[in-house]
Design a protein around this ligand. Structure first.
Ligand SMILES: [Zn+2]
Ligand SMILES: [Zn+2]
Length: 173
């Protein structure tokens, strides 16, 4: 998606809105395709005293997993983007500025990059998640695994199941 800004580049005060759905469903990161849900992008570019400022956000949901217990979870993705756009760079230090091409801004590039960088965060199923036992792999949210005492045979079976689940080969790779 390219946004044509030629009619506002030289008109201080003018602005142009944009809204579209970004499709990153084919993007693979760390062996997963994290952007399963449509990404709703909206915002505007405003000519502020001759400088073009883009303000927008990308909103979606992410299928991921808890960093502690590995349970699959879906979390909200809300990525704000604010950047300056220019036809050419006036000094070398301006790496915050996105260059226009023939008066158009490559919104796809700007918002794809922002969404991918936003994946860095850690996700927990709950702030209080107890995670997995380092020894037997049992989900400690479901109760103590009993590693330090005698291993409860029912929990040992559960631990085995969980272990099997998390070591299944990834179909995408
Ligand atoms: Zn968890
Ligand atoms: Zn244990």
């Amino acid at each position: 998606m390219r946004l044509d800004l030629r009619d506002i580049i030289h008109t201080p005060g003018a602005s142009r809105d944009f809204a579209w759905e970004l499709d990153l469903s084919q993007v693979t990161l760390y062996g997963e395709k994290p952007f399963d849900h449509p990404i709703h992008v909206s915002g505007s570019v405003r000519n502020m005293a001759g400088a073009l400022q883009l303000e927008g956000r990308a909103v979606s949901e992410l299928d991921t997993h808890c960093d502690r217990c590995l349970k699959p979870i879906t979390v909200a993705l809300d990525v704000p983007v604010v950047t300056l756009l220019a036809e050419e760079l006036e000094d070398e230090e301006s790496d915050e500025i996105v260059l226009l091409e023939n008066g158009t801004a490559d919104l796809e590039e700007i918002f794809s990059t922002a969404c991918i960088l936003a994946l860095d965060g850690k996700h927990l199923c709950a702030e209080t998640c107890k995670g997995l036992c380092g020894a037997c792999g049992a989900d400690l949210n479901e109760g103590p695994c009993g590693c330090k005492k005698e291993l409860d045979p029912r929990l040992a079976v559960l631990a085995k199941l969980l272990d099997k689940d998390s070591s299944e080969p990834d179909e995408e790779t």
